[in-house]
Design a protein around this ligand. Structure first.
Ligand code: TPP
Ligand code: MG
Length: 755
């Protein structure tokens, strides 16, 4: 479609929002076409269209709301009343997707979803898309989506889970949610949405190239290939460009048209009369076949990528005007006039009335309170209700289920002799799965094989394939699945096979799972407990990637709980608290299992069996932040450590006690994030000397946090030595032990302290 006017001086302006705005008025004013007799509400808006007149009017109004929110944002941004200008202009046709789906179909949306949102708001009475959006634009505390933390498209009642700005990062969890919807039935779990729901996930054409998007498409295909349901509607909003990089002509169609297990549909998102039936076909296909569906929705982008994108500086005026001529609002205006539903005056009046409504809402939003206290900002990040968590962790009302899981009273782990870490983690997982029928354990090799280290052995047999299953080999998908199951009210326990491979998929925890409570003002939660085989010191299986000793990437994720047990009984009580934190407070948790301690049975001498412990019966749990202290009354030397460092420190303590005649206390931190500063300070207060033994690296390791806590408690004068890993990757074989701290290093540090 070309503009019915030549490129005049006004079209050459710098402010494309103004030009696009004027184009609409001019287009309507100059429009000359045949006007039909207005259809009734239930008649096609134009002959042959699947869209009826009522539907058209509502979609058009949704488009106008979206457009005027964009225009308002551009004007009020410069007055500091609005703090976000990435808009939806050109994408308003996505309102059709909202109209043709249900408000209970969980939606994970592209940032250009103003039309979709305005239309979805119609699904529930009494809601106001304009005011709600304005509050989000204004970063007001009253913003019902994020409480003023971000301009997001989100709504609790409308099942729109807010997304971060990271493009494509939401595709794995959208797929996970779709898979969870159908998986729930197989484990008898009651969904929070209807059983035939689908998950909707929109994104841009450039984003479709991203590894995170590609892995979601692949995993969707992998699932469908096995005839397993994955009712996800991927909506690729193709405007032909990503910021300034053009997508090669027809690339999206060429790339997706014929994938065997990703069913491709095309729809014209620029033309409501034309596109409606096309969108409907895709939605119906997804819902009825439960197959992953790719809806290629043609859109355009007017007004630049964001308010800061001055396209006139990098595109020719001819090209800009040609793009602006494809503005879907011009097409909608033409449909409105040709159908006889609107006269020119009515159209212009509606356009102006919508503008007024958006500005009025924005001015009102500007008067609403902002987030003004740090406490308020952080309130939803990491909720913690200790009494409830304790009660949940200590809950014992699942005796029958655990009896069934373990087989007999004799086989209950508390009736077994003391065992080592790997066995007791496995027992604790049996316990957890018995306690929570909605829990699922999955990852690479976890099922029949029982994991690389046989930690999950027996679980597949006890809980069957519906609850314990192997995934495809992709950490991003594993963590995306976890979020999807959590979104549907289940309790996912994903396994990451090695800590080094967490980094492959870290964004799924960092940018997505851990941020959901924050950006939704704690209205949405994706509780999960991620198990990670971790840390160094493996003998016989060397090299960096199986011995990664850095947890820096986990420790600085806001809100994430990180626990690391050094012995089997602690693993059991810690796991009870982690699952309780997930259930009660929605927390995202990481459970780091020190691989080198999995099979450790002895402490001092071969065969002493001193690193095996009695299994704690249900009813016992370890509070978040609670450490374990060996040698409480000793104060000549206090060693702060965790994981492999604990038995190492206990062995070194023996030498030190013999040689220096000191009494040594060893403090196992157990919880690495958040670090319990008060506990560290109270243990340090009574110490004459301190060693911080951190098997991680010198830079950004746990040790830095421990020392900071000691210094900040005013105890910086206490003589202190740090024994820590070198800032390097871990080499193979014996050389690994040059890099990692060892027992002799602890003894040497004690000697230095002795002067
Ligand atoms: C992982 C990631 N890399 C880079 C960016 C910066 N960025 C934001 S939007 C965008 C372009 C996206 O283009 P497209 O997917 O076509 O969506 P459109 O904006 O055109 O609707 C880029 C590069 C980002 N948000 N996330
Ligand atoms: Mg694009």
């Amino acid at each position: 479609m070309s503009l019915p006017f030549p490129i005049t001086a006004r079209h050459k302006g710098f402010n494309r929002a103004e030009i696009v705005d004027q184009n609409f008025t001019e287009f309507v004013t100059l429009w000359e076409g045949e006007v039909r007799r207005a259809p009734h509400d239930d008649q096609p808006v134009l002959p042959g269209s699947a869209l009826d007149a009522k539907g058209f009017r509502e979609l058009f109004e949704s488009q106008l709301i979206s457009r005027h929110l964009d225009l308002m944002a551009r004007v009020l941004r410069v007055q500091n009343k609005v703090f976000y200008t990435i808009g939806s202009s050109g994408h308003e046709g996505n309102a059709m997707v909202a109209r043709l789906t249900r408000h209970t179909d969980p939606a994970f949306l592209h940032y250009r979803s103003g039309g979709f949102m305005a239309e979805r708001f119609r699904k529930l009475p009494g809601m106001d898309p304009v005011m709600d959006s304005a509050l989000s634009f204004a970063a007001s505390k009253d913003d019902p989506a994020s409480g003023g933390r971000h301009k997001v498209w989100g709504s609790k009642p409308l099942w729109v889970l807010p997304q971060t700005s990271t493009i494509a990062s939401h595709l794995p969890k959208a797929l996970g949610t779709a898979i969870a919807i159908d998986h729930a039935r197989r484990i008898g779990h009651t969904l929070p949405v209807p059983d035939d729901s689908i998950a909707i996930c929109s994104f841009g054409d450039a984003s479709s190239n991203h590894a995170t998007a590609q892995t979601a498409f692949n995993a969707a295909g992998w699932t469908a290939y096995q005839k397993l349901p994955a009712p996800v509607l991927f909506v690729c909003e193709d405007n032909g460009i990503g910021i300034s990089v053009k997508t090669p002509t027809d690339w999206v169609a060429a790339n997706y048209r014929s994938r065997s297990n990703l069913d491709y549909f095309y729809a014209d998102g620029l033309d409501l009369a034309e596109g409606y039936a096309q969108v409907q076909r895709a939605v119906d296909h997804c819902r009825s076949t439960r197959r992953p569906t790719f809806l290629h929705l043609k859109t355009t982008r007017v007004m630049g990528h964001a308010g800061t994108d001055f396209e006139i500086e990098w595109r020719s005026i001819e090209e800009l005007c040609a793009v602006e001529a494809t503005d879907p609002l011009l097409r909608s205006a033409a449909i409105g006039m040709e159908s006889g539903l609107y006269s020119k005056d009515e159209l212009l009046a509606l356009y102006e009335a919508t503008r007024k409504r958006c500005f009025a809402a924005a001015e009102e939003a500007d008067r609403r309170p902002k987030l003004e206290r740090l406490d308020d900002v952080m309130a939803p990040l990491a909720p913690y209700t200790p009494a409830k968590v304790k009660a949940e962790a200590e809950r014992t009302d699942y005796a029958d289920a655990r009896l069934k899981a373990f087989g007999s009273v004799e086989k209950l782990p508390e009736n077994q002799p003391p065992r080592h870490l790997a066995i007791q983690i496995g027992q604790a997982l049996h316990d957890t799965m018995a306690k929570y029928p909605e829990s699922l354990l999955f990852g690479e090799d976890v099922a029949q094989k029982g994991g690389v280290y046989t930690v999950t052995k027996g679980l597949h047999k006890a809980f069957k394939n519906t609850r314990v299953f192997n995934t495809l080999l992709d950490e991003t998908v594993i963590l995306g699945l976890a979020q999807g199951y959590a979104n549907m009210g289940m309790l996912p326990i994903p396994e990451i096979q090695y800590l080094a491979y967490f980094h492959n998929a870290a964004d799924q925890i960092r940018g997505e799972a851990a941020s959901l409570q924050f950006f939704s003002n704690d209205q949405y939660r994706n509780p999960l407990v991620m198990r990670v085989a971790s840390l160094g010191y493996q003998r016989g299986f060397g090299g960096h990637f199986h011995n990664d000793n850095s947890i820096a990437a986990l420790r600085d994720i806001p809100g994430l709980v990180v626990g690391c047990p050094s012995r089997g009984d602690d693993a059991a009580t810690m796991l009870r608290t982690l699952t309780a934190l997930a259930k009660v407070d929605g927390r995202v948790c990481a459970f780091l299992e020190p691989i080198a301690l999995y099979m450790t049975k002895d402490l001092y001498d071969a065969g002493d069996g001193a690193w095996q412990f009695a299994y704690p019966a249900p009813g016992e749990a370890m509070a978040l932040g609670e450490g374990r202290v060996y040698g409480e009354d000793a104060s000549d030397l206090v060693v702060f450590t965790f994981g492999n460092g604990v038995p190492m420190a206990l062995r070194a303590a023996r030498t030190v006690e013999a040689e220096l005649k000191w009494k040594v206390r060893v403090v196992d931190l157990r919880w690495l994030a958040p670090l319990n500063d008060a506990f560290i300070a109270s243990e340090a207060k009574t110490a004459k000397r301190i060693i911080v033994l951190d098997e991680g690296r010198k830079s950004a390791g746990v040790g830095e946090g421990v020392i900071s806590a000691i210094v900040e408690a005013g105890l910086g004068a206490t003589p202190l030595e740090r024994v820590v890993g070198a800032d390097t990757f871990t080499p193979l074989a014996g050389a690994a032990f040059l890099v990692l701290p060892g027992e002799a290093d602890v003894v040497a540090a004690a000697r230095r302290l002795a002067g």
